[in-house]
Ligand binder design. Sequence first.
Ligand SMILES: C[S@@+](CC[C@H](N)C(=O)[O-])C[C@H]1O[C@@H](n2cnc3c(N)ncnc32)[C@H](O)[C@@H]1O
Length: 577
Amino acid sequence: MGPQLPPGIRLDHGRSSSTTPNKKGRSLVATRPFPAGSHIATFSSPLLALPDGATMRTTCNYCLRVGASSSSATSSSSQQQQGQQGQQGQQAQQLKACTGCKAVVYCDATCQRAHWRGVHKAECAMFARVRKSVGKDWLPTPVRAVAQVMLRLRAGDKEVREAFESGSGLEGNVEAFRKEEEVWADFELQASAAVVYAGLLQGDEVLAKAREVLCKIQTNAFNRLDEDTGMAGIYLDAGLAMVNHSCVPNAFIGFDKRTAILRAERDIREGEEITISYIDNTLPRSARHEALRLYHFQCDCARCKNDLDCYEVCQESPALSLNSFSLQPNLGKLRNPPIDRSKVSKQQVEAIYKTWQSLPKPEGDDEKDHLKVGRARWELCKPLVEAGMWAVEPLPTTILNVALRWQTSYKMVVYALPLLCFLATECEPFKLVAPFMPWRIKGIMSIVKLLAVTGEFTASGSLATRCTHEGLVGTLALADQVSMCEALLRLAVHHGSTGASEDREVLQQARSMLDDVESLQGREKESTLLRAWAMDPEDPEASAFFEKEVLSPIRKLASLAPEILEAMLGNKSLTKK
Ligand SMILES: C[S@@+](CC[C@H](N)C(=O)[O-])C[C@H]1O[C@@H](n2cnc3c(N)ncnc32)[C@H](O)[C@@H]1O
């Protein structure tokens, strides 16, 4: 017996044979072919699904929808989260606190009842205990997760018992964790806190069980990072937990509230093992291995064995040709990127990344501090710039961090646009080859939002007073920014709906923005051509229009990014060309 699995996948028990020892354990296997981008399976009855401690008062504790905190919740972290929601333009629904513990919040009575039946009935008294002993109304996420499991085990929950059974159920790597002294000491603290707060008797056996539960959670739970809201939390489904890791995976997971969606990153054959990446697989090899230490195995994927960088992975990727309908339709460039490897060795890239990580991070909102950090990072990345290896980390993240700051800065907002166009054309397609990857769609939507802003500046005649770069002002003045937006929205809707669940907020947003743009009077000709291009990107007239009115200005804007970055971060003056 194993966990219940949705149709389309089966569990391989991973038994070793006399010739091939199996080090990976169990795995998930496709029972039919899945085309790139398609849905493989949906998981919506997780064993654990909880928001992280800092967002317990701003996220429904059952369905994980993000809302406004309940009236009495005013912690600084919740205010910070609300600020982030505000920036993303989301309408936060008022959440209601549980009248018993007042620590957790829900959308409505339906969510509250479902959570009460599932776990909160046992958990409610725990928060009263927490408040009484430490004066807080939240717990660190792993402690709360362990406490939930321990309480459900005590209540005789069959599903939880099967998953957390010693010697079977989920993999826990307990002995491997025990050997790591510091980690183990920390686990002991967290496990005892969970036992105390859950109000369980503290015998050795109970504490040992709580430690084992924590090991299993660490090994199998996903950091549930919601693509739309950026909110984190823990998500554990016993079936999904059977998926193994690869740094060149064929699948990825997206989260939408209480649902996890497993999707194909490239075409998957019937009988092929399904793999995802547990970590950011675009990092240099030693950084990936450091991140994988938590899982206690040596990755022997092709990326690791041959130490491939993202350009090499992209060149070989079966998803590469999907970019013919994207912002980087030049497949030749994706196959033969204009980079000079002789300028920077892989060892140098490793060293750059390590130093980059050790640089002090900006604290708070001080503009000067952010600029100082941005400059130090940019300086460190210079060998990558020289080699034209813009897609190799930590360079794209350095640029993205600057773009995100500028996006919300009154003075710098116009300059963020070339940076985002550069990321979408020169970095992301090499890093995340499939154009339907959520981060690529997010990048497109960020450009649309900035074009809406710069479009207003152009219309009101205030662009030149807000931006001193003549090349940038000139490009925007000549560009048909509405057609650019429409084409980008068509790309977002097309790739966003490839196998995605229909209620994804980004997709909804793209659709409604597209409706708005299409309803504008006087641009029927442009809309007809862009609709024709979206139906058939090879259509000669429509593709010529896309090339001239959309791609060409986006490329022009992107081409200004290196110079703007060098001027702002390299402390050079910005040439007025
Ligand atoms: C989330 S579980 C995956 C399911 C697991 N194979 C099992 O049988 O329960 C994670 C654990 O699977 C194993 N694993 C995952 N990917 C692996 C890989 N590429 N190579 C070797 N072991 C792997 C490691 O033991 C890891 O800690």
